[in-house]
Design a protein. Structure first.
Length: 191
């Protein structure tokens, strides 16, 4: 029986989607029972120790078979300056750090991990008060938009250079996540 490791990455604004991924993985584990064991990694269920920061305790996404990134209104929490992108720029968030590690791993490992990026296309509600929270949310929104543009658009050519999976409703997210993960698992099993 083959073990297929899935890394679920996201900032903290998509907790419902993360729980949906847990349910989908459980259903797919039953469906592929005897042929594959799906091992979903969710950092929030891991024992995090106070002697290291969060990112130090999270395994590299490049060591997984499938990387799922879920985004909506923010890019995520800033990391210490020691976390840098391959080009030397500082990482804007843990989510970006994980995503780039998965992309770099895919280049080194013949297409593994396979990468699914989900973007919730509903407009987030950003309250005007308190002003400090408003400014932080607007900054996060801008970081997310910049990140997505960098990975999906070629402004020189005026074309898309990367694809994302989008959704507006949680029920559709669940349905489509199950369908797409099933296809990736079948591909890994050679079905």
């Amino acid at each position: 029986m083959k073990t297929i490791k899935l890394f679920i990455s996201s900032p903290g604004d998509v907790a419902q989607e993360r729980e949906i991924c847990r349910r989908v993985i459980a259903r797919l584990n039953r469906e592929f029972s005897g042929r594959a064991q799906l091992d979903g990694y969710f950092w929030e269920y891991e024992p995090m120790e106070i002697t290291q920061d969060y990112q130090e305790q999270i395994p590299p996404p490049s060591s997984f078979d499938i990387f799922v990134c879920i985004l909506w209104s923010r890019l995520g929490s800033r990391l210490h300056s020691r976390y840098q992108l391959p080009d030397g720029r500082p990482c804007r968030s843990g989510t970006e750090f994980e995503f780039v590690d998965a992309v770099e791993g895919r280049k080194r490992n013949d297409g593994t991990p396979e990468i699914l990026v989900w973007v919730n296309k509903t407009q987030p509600m950003i309250p005007l008060e308190p002003e400090k929270d408003y400014e932080q949310r607007i900054q996060q929104w801008r970081l997310l938009k910049t990140f997505l543009d960098e990975w999906t658009r070629d402004d020189d050519e005026g074309v898309f250079k990367g694809a994302v999976n989008s959704y507006r409703r949680l029920d559709k997210f669940e349905e489509m996540t199950e369908i797409k993960l099933r296809k990736l698992i079948e591909r890994r099993l050679g079905d």
